[in-house]
Design a protein around this ligand. Structure first.
Ligand code: UAG
Ligand code: ATP
Ligand code: API
Ligand code: MG
Length: 490
């Protein structure tokens, strides 16, 4: 494709040279530039891509897109917003890959990874060729690719859709983070279905107010638009969430609601929670079917309903939805039980927001009368308002709350712990800064049938401390601690 064709979607720009070179790749990172690359300079949070334009040209870039003249020997296309231009160029360069795929975007504070996994599984069980993009990985065609972000930058995203399309993928389920929406990463992605899970406190370091956070999430629904050029477009909204009304108001697409209260289009009737699973009647319009979920907790029912609703509007039958949800395996690091033959329970979970912690601890409390140990920390360089809240919730539900380090990143772990401790009034807690020791302590103390919840890091295989990623996996640590205890008791 030549430069002019790449630029066809842009309404206004100026060019420093008239030449029209052949473009063989589009890159936003100078380190990836090669002969024939169109390099797009982005002003980032850390550095300014404009400073790397010269390096890109030295590596062979045939043209540059930038917000100002970068004084290089190849044509420079000057635009007012290079990030917006990148999304349009990427979409053009990869031939609008999402135009003829079924694209389902899931947004919300909690439950995106779980819901997308359930939905991807249902679509696979319906014999579709599926793609999955999210926090854990990008997955299609039996291949798994590492994910840097929950929702990748527009360029990577369009490239991924295009590769998926080449491999015959028809249905793509993806997590859409609020960062992605606010930073324009999904511009150019043509969604058929947008799903809203819930909204609660998180990322207030980035969004500053809940209103701003809500508006970012809302963009997925306004982006659905009212155009029917791509066939079906549906907004699927959790009716029981206080922000549901907003998501419905900002979309012109038809809305399907779900929830546990009466009145939702998709709902769970006669819910029965058991330690082994959750039983309910799945009702969609005037159809209904009995469901035995292996997952526990009301929050799991919400995720199952969201996945069922999106599968249903994608044309999957209720019987396939039932079979798939009943067989669903736990998502790595989400309420994942650790079994090493011990006589107490250990659960690793990714709850790193007040709402998610509240949900899982409430679930655990409902299931046991025995002692509950909660090990939790809070991430550094992230929303500080979460810290006292998460500590308060842990201390409220736990018989023994143990505060520890999560990913301190550039912050002093002791100061993060002080922020947490400030949220606890009149309830006992213990602080063990070293996460390994915190896990070992709880494993050592637990009596028969007690429950240990290790929250906040789920699937993460590392601890990020002052710019270094140290190998650390809660699941591995828990197993080792249990084995050591068993060894000692033998
Ligand atoms: C705050 C934020 O969102 N940062 C994202 C941003 O990085 P940045 O702005 O710091 O980029 P930068 O390093 O300043 O680089 C600017 C430009 O210069 C270019 N460059 C840089 C160096 C060089 O030698 N040559 C060069 O060309 C870069 O390629 C880039 O185009 O752009 C990068 C590329 O797309 C992202 O990977 C990165 O996400 C970082 C890793 C991150 O932590 N993001 C978090 C906040 C995030 O987005 N999280 C959400 C999930 C949150 C949730 O739901 O819980 C997510 O979707 O992942
Ligand atoms: N529907 C839900 N409502 C509230 N909490 C939930 C829900 N589903 C899962 N959780 C809790 O939130 C945690 C994170 O779940 P999940 O990874 O599915 O969410 P996410 O939205 O993808 O999170 P992230 O934005 O960090 O990627 C789980 O480990 C669990 O504790
Ligand atoms: N996507 C979330 C993950 C948080 C996970 C938690 N372990 C932490 O480090 O705070 C974030 O980047 O805010
Ligand atoms: Mg996720």
């Amino acid at each position: 494709m030549d430069l002019q064709e790449c630029l066809a979607g842009l309404l206004a720009y100026t060019k420093t040279k008239a030449e029209n070179p052949l473009i063989t790749s589009v890159e936003m990172d100078s380190r990836l530039a090669q002969a024939g690359t169109l390099f797009v300079a982005i002003r980032g949070f850390t550095v300014d891509g404009h400073h790397y334009a010269r390096e890109a040209v030295e590596k062979g870039a045939a043209a540059v897109v930038a917000e100002e003249d970068v004084h290089v020997d190849v044509p420079t296309v000057i635009v007012s917003d290079s990030k917006r231009a990148l999304a349009q160029i990427a979409n053009r360069f990869y031939h609008s890959p999402t135009h003829d795929q079924n694209i389902i975007g899931v947004t919300g504070t909690n439950g995106k990874t779980t819901t997308t996994h359930l939905l991807n599984q249902i679509l696979q069980d319906d014999k579709r060729k599926t793609g999955l993009i999210g926090t854990l990985y990008t997955q299609y065609n039996d291949e798994v690719f590492e994910a840097k972000n929950t929702t990748p930058e527009s360029l990577v995203l369009q490239r991924t859709f295009s590769e998926m399309k080449e491999k015959g993928v028809t249905d793509v389920t993806m997590e859409v983070s609020s960062h992605a929406l606010s930073l324009g990463r999904v511009r150019g992605t043509e969604f058929n279905i947008a799903v809203f899970t819930n909204l609660s406190i998180d990322h207030l370091d980035y969004h500053e107010t809940m209103d701003d956070y809500k508006q970012a999430k809302g963009q997925l629904f306004s982006q659905l638009g009212n155009a029917y050029d791509k066939g079906l477009k549906v907004a699927i909204v959790n009716n029981d969430d206080p922000y549901a009304r907003y998501m419905m108001d900002v979309t012109a697409a038809p809305v399907l609601t779900y929830g546990l209260q009466d009145g939702g289009d998709v709902r769970a009737r006669d819910l029965r929670a058991r330690p082994t699973g959750t039983f309910f009647t799945l009702v969609i319009g005037d159809e209904s079917i009995e469901l035995n979920l292996k997952m526990i907790g009301r929050f799991s029912v919400y995720n199952a309903l969201a996945a069922a609703a999106a599968a249903y509007v994608s044309g999957v039958s209720l019987s396939v939805i039932k079979q798939s949800l009943e067989a669903a395996k736990p998502v790595p690091g989400r309420f994942e039980p650790i079994e090493e033959g011990q006589d107490f329970a250990v659960i690793v979970d990714y709850a790193h927001t007040p709402d998610s912690l509240d949900n899982i601890l409430q679930t655990v409390r409902e299931l046991t009368e025995r002692d509950v140990y909660v090990i939790v920390g809070c991430g550094g360089d992230r929303d500080r308002t979460k810290r006292p809240e998460m500590a308060r919730i842990a201390a409220t539900y736990a018989d023994e709350a143990i505060f520890t380090t999560d990913n301190p990143r550039s912050e002093d772990p002791r100061l993060i712990l002080r922020d947490m401790e400030a949220g606890v009034e009149g309830k006992p807690f213990r602080t063990i800064e070293d996460r390994k020791k915190a896990i070992r302590y709880a494993v050592q103390q637990a009596k028969r049938k007690d429950v240990i919840v290790i929250a906040g890091k789920g699937h993460e295989p590392y601890q990020e401390v002052a710019g270094t990623f140290h190998t650390f996996d809660d699941r591995v640590e828990a197993k080792e601690a249990i084995r050591d205890r068993q060894e000692r008791e033998r």
